[in-house]
Write a protein that binds this ligand. Structure first.
Ligand code: GLP
Length: 261
């Protein structure tokens, strides 16, 4: 079962997960981080960046793999996930740019980009901790409903709901690409530890479906139920539709300290 941790707000979530990532890097200086984009993980990246200023740690060997990328955006587009990861993660944390990978959304090489990315993840020894947000359609990465639980990195067509949600980052809704390249659910499930974050009412249904709903490709988030080590960090609003909420709080309050996250 996923461990569900209910926090007061995004700042608390950021502090909790940043501390756990610091511990990982201290033990394994070339740790492999799975990086999500979107608004949700920003509190983690910001807390980690702040802690690296107040208490420096060598992160020069840390490696990273982003979950996904739009297909066909011009190189250097500010809303490409390559640009977002550079701006929100690589620069503030002082990571080594060459160590950070993002799926290649160039149309010219799209037919082989998925397999190339899978190979790079395997060659790195796999992802140690995968940070995840969740979309309103229940998507992880850009694995929209219907994605196979065994899927690997490949091109996908975005749902119109996801394009609407992401229109806020573009000048016009029509500018949101139709296609993306995303790690598959099978790729994500191979990471050693999954950390799924969600905040706000708009994510309550997707979180309830992922944590407690039927395991079904119609709810890609439910793939987490197959994984042996999942931490779901939510605020009260995102947790509000969980049936077993009282139990999750009880378990967290009585968790043996030696277990860590
Ligand atoms: C985006 C990303 C996902 C992200 C999700 C939620 O489209 N591809 O990786 O988890 O949608 O975004 P947000 O965190 O902004 O709500």
């Amino acid at each position: 079962m996923a461990e569900v941790v209910v926090v007061e707000n995004e700042l608390a979530a950021g502090a909790l997960i940043a501390a756990s990532i610091r511990d990982l890097i201290a033990q394994k200086p070339d740790a492999v981080l799975g990086l999500a984009t979107g608004s949700t993980p920003l509190s983690v990246y910001r807390a980690l960046a702040a802690s690296l200023v107040s208490d420096p740690l060598d992160v020069s060997r840390v490696r990273g793999f982003a979950l996904d990328e739009y297909v066909g955006l011009p190189a250097g587009h500010p809303e490409s996930y390559r640009a977002v990861i550079t701006r929100e993660v690589v620069e503030p944390l002082g990571l080594t740019a060459e160590n950070i990978h993002v799926p290649n959304g160039d149309l010219a090489s799209i037919e082989t980009a998925g397999d190339d990315y899978e190979r790079a993840i395997v060659e790195a020894g796999g992802v140690d901790v995968q940070i995840l947000g969740i979309g309103r359609t229940g998507h992880l990465g850009f694995n929209e409903p219907g994605s196979s639980f065994a899927s690997t990195t490949r091109i996908k067509t975005l749902t119109e709901k996801t394009r609407e949600d992401n229109a806020r980052f573009f000048d016009s809704p029509d500018d949101v690409p139709m296609h993306c390249i995303t790690q598959g659910l099978g790729t994500i499930l191979r990471a050693k530890h999954l950390v799924l974050l969600a905040f706000g009412d708009a994510k309550a249904d997707a979180i309830a479906a992922a944590v407690e709903g039927a395991v079904t490709a119609s709810q890609p988030g439910s793939a987490i139920q197959f994984h042996p080590q999942v931490t779901v960090v939510v605020d009260e609003a995102a947790a509000s539709k969980l049936t077993n909420l009282a139990y999750y709080k009880h378990a967290w309050a009585h968790k043996p300290a030696w277990q860590g996250l």
